[in-house]
Design a protein around this ligand. Structure first.
Ligand SMILES: *Cc1c(COP(=O)(O)O)cnc(C)c1O
Ligand SMILES: [Zn+2]
Length: 416
């Protein structure tokens, strides 16, 4: 594994967050040719039957593909090995035949951030960092707080003072992090955090290349459950654009190792009020930051740090970028719930995006699609409660003053 600039390819200094020459983000590069892909795949699979904590982690069992971290520094909560569920209700809603959902909300702190955080915090521990910091719309904060607590590292988070899920803040407080409510939004918080000296504090936002390495293992976990057949499309919500970058990198590495024959196309979906990347993609122009607005708070980001990395992955895969409005996200989220899966609003941008991409002919109804669900339903119960109390299309209102026996009769009749 070597660290280099993701834009100018100058060698990167380990521990730095940006290229000393051009200021762009750093990325690890895997020398796949130096590995025996077939043997490695067998070895990684065999680890699932082991009791070694590193083998039980769906991130660390791929450790040959991660930057080296001393074993004693590894901080794991058994993250990573999440289920890939068939999602027939969601498929019907989108007008598709084959839709499955990789539920990264099944991670220990209930979002995909854990896959990256286990690596970033383990690296911070190996460097004897005393404090970890991040800017967050809630999920990075909760994940960092949990892993930092396990590692004995103090955690400090900058969160917007309004417009973030109360459940995520409560979770973060519970894990013992210092939570600082700032006047600005996520983007302002990230600017502040990127200004800290990485030699003094561990900055664990997805500008940290160790985060990306951990998150890429979700691509392997998905492919492994599919018998190493790549889907036609992988649909992922886009906020700061670290996760789409990570998944794209994972698929490219899987191909370089001979694990899959072709790359799945990546579709990144943003919320319409926070879609600077969709616009840049459409216009073939550099990204212009904006003031983000959406009730899918996890993707309420106007100046995504990893847009160049994500664009490179979308292009390499032959994919696309699109945006969907908040009402479409709300209805799609309720449909994912009806599959018995459930997710937070940002994750449902995937299904809303699939529906739009099928409607406009970008994706064919018979294509094989995986939705990447990034966070758990319980991450934002206030949103779910609001939806079901409203007059929205799939609202499931609480029934009051009815006779349960009569309701049972009606439910039986409806299924007959
Ligand atoms: C962080 C997050 C996103 C956005 O991921 P990026 O890597 O910032 O693009 C989407 N959904 C959920 C639930 C998240 O927590
Ligand atoms: Zn550079």
């Amino acid at each position: 594994m070597t660290l280099a600039c993701s834009v100018c390819a100058a060698p990167g200094r380990d521990g730095a967050l940006a290229c000393a020459d051009c200021g762009e983000l750093l990325a690890f590069e895997l020398d796949a040719a130096a590995l025996d892909g077939e043997r490695l795949r067998e070895a990684v699979r065999a680890r699932r039957a082991s009791d070694d904590p590193l083998d039980r982690s769906g991130v660390w069992r791929w450790r040959e593909l991660l930057p080296p971290v001393p074993r004693e520094a590894v901080t794991t909560l058994r993250e990573g090995d999440v289920p890939l569920h068939a999602a027939p209700r969601s498929a019907a809603y989108a007008g598709a035949k084959h839709v499955a959902a990789l539920h990264l909300g099944a991670n220990p702190t209930a979002s995909f951030k854990d896959g990256g955080m286990t690596v970033a915090i383990s690296d911070a521990r190996a460097r004897a960092a005393r404090v970890a910091v991040c800017a967050s719309t809630g999920n990075t904060a909760a994940s960092m707080a949990a892993y930092a607590a396990r590692a004995g590292i103090a955690a400090l988070v900058l969160v917007p003072s309004t417009g973030i899920s109360e459940a995520k803040v409560a979770q973060t407080l519970d894990y013992g992090a210092t939570v600082v409510a700032i006047e600005g939004d996520f983007d302002a918080g990230l600017v502040a955090v990127r200004g800290f000296d990485p030699a003094r504090v561990a900055v664990v936002n997805s500008v940290n290349p160790y985060r990306i390495e951990g998150q890429k293992t979700a691509a392997f976990v998905m492919l492994e459950q599919r018998g190493w057949r790549a889907p036609d499309w992988v649909i992922v919500p886009g906020g700061n654009l670290g996760n789409s970058s990570a998944l794209g990198k994972g698929f490219r590495e899987a191909r370089a190792l001979g694990w899959i024959e072709r790359l799945p196309r990546i579709a990144v979906v943003q919320a319409a009020g926070a879609a600077p990347f969709a616009r840049a993609f459409r216009e073939g122009a550099p990204l212009v930051p904006l003031h983000a607005q959406t009730s899918a708070t996890a993707i309420k980001i106007g100046a995504p740090a990893s847009w160049k990395k994500s664009l490179a992955e979308v292009r390499a895969s032959g994919g696309t970028v699109t945006a969907v409005d908040d009402d479409a996200i709300a209805d799609a989220r309720a449909q994912i719930g009806r599959d018995g899966i459930g997710c937070e609003p940002a994750s449902a941008a995937t299904l809303a995006g699939l529906r739009a991409l099928i409607a406009d002919g970008t994706i064919g109804p018979g294509e094989d699609v995986v939705l990447v669900l990034t966070g758990h339903l319980l991450k934002d119960t206030a949103y779910a409660a609001r939806y079901h109390g409203s007059s929205a299309a799939f609202a499931n209102r609480i029934v009051r003053g009815a006779d349960p026996a009569e309701l049972i009769d009606a439910l039986i009749a409806a299924r007959a």
